[in-house]
Design a protein around this ligand. Sequence first.
Ligand code: ABU
Length: 488
Amino acid sequence: MTECIFLNSSQGKYFILLNILLAYINKSQNRSSKVLDFHYPHQLKEGREGFSLELPDQPENLEQLLVDCRDTLKYGVKTGHPRFFNQLSTGLDIIGLAGEWLTSTANTNMFTYEVAPVFILMEEVILKKMQTFIGWSEEEGDGIFSPGGTMSNLYSVLLARYHFFPHVKTEGMHALPRLALFTSAHSHYSIKKSAVTLGIGSENVFLVKCDERGKMIPAELEYSIQTAKGKGLFPFYVNTTAGTTVYGAFDPISDIADICENHGLWLHVDGAWGGGLLLSERHRTKLRGIERASSVTWNPHKMMCVPLQCSAILVRKKGLLQKCNQLSAEYLFQMDKHYDTSYDTGDKTIQCGRHVDVFKLWLMWKAKVVHSTHPSTKPSAYLHCKLQNRKDFQLVFQSKVSAPATTVLRRLKGSVHVSKVAPKIKAKMMESGATMVGYQPLGDKVNFFRCVFSNPATQKADVDFLVDEIARLGSNLSHLKYEPNQGV
Ligand code: ABU
């Protein structure tokens, strides 16, 4: 069907599809257009004005397919809009988008050099560059692009376990002691999920206490390790986070690396969000000590605004990925090929087929000479300053803004049930569609807004708009009375 749209260029169909895409890009950048045109699931399932999700019995004509393309975008969310603050991955980079289009046009698979010669070599070049920014030596470093930060973090736990217990590959978990891993209470849930997926068990994940800013407290890590050992567990892995999901906090990697060294533990840095700061001379000090990590997760689809998805797991020890995952399927990874088969990188992964995620990053890197730029902290600093002067907002914590993200808590006076405020405002916000920001509770803090800044298109006026919109939508919520037995 897609072929029909593209092959009918003589009838102008090619250009119509292109026009739909270009109009969408223009709208995404236009502040007078909405971020979203929200409909409830049942409304979309019912179909809207000529748009139906149902699959027809007969092929649809090209006109209808073009309507389907246009409306698919119409009822979606413009994540590249300057007033979209909802997710860590935002922005619509045109070079990156061109890279994504080229990638789909090439439509190949990353498992072998045989079918993806250029992309395989690009991946090698980019991974090497990323390793240089981490600070590993020429002799060190390996890696692979994976389908997102959760998968990259999963790789880190998998590799750490294999590093200490290579026989796990053949004998399984029953041949191992009871393993323990450590991560901060503010870290991403993917670390616990990795423990679940790999048969280690969520109860063997120790959530280390953080300070008020959300950074892991090294003394608490030491205490957790001792506690685990006291219970007869075998500590093997520590995750530190460079840019936590909600607070954007950076764990003190250097201090934690000292503890890992003392106990002989694998040190992983989850830099899915904050890894991009390695490219900034001004901000890279937040990741001081990352060069001591055994592995690093870094998602260019977050702070670097590469189109989804683009995530790398970088591993200090060369060859470990291959040894850990290699199964040598003979129909793909023949050893008697006429080229250097080390370029058949597919057996380093736990996948078989693998999407080409590298090209858009490679192209953006070329276009921007990334290391000479750094993310702007202006919008977050502006919001921080603005909220300090407003009586109807309260900051979740007071520390100085120095990273491109900040968080706020909406507070209404009197006996209003505070935990209900953010969800109510968010619901109204989505129905109105002019902006979008996420909320969540965290620890002892009831629901508050997390405002992500990484879209370069966002300006101070957009921050003003967001704050005014939250105030406007929350102006009539005094009916949300606090009822003591509802908790917070
Ligand atoms: N690790 C995925 C984070 C998604 C988000 O908070 O936007």
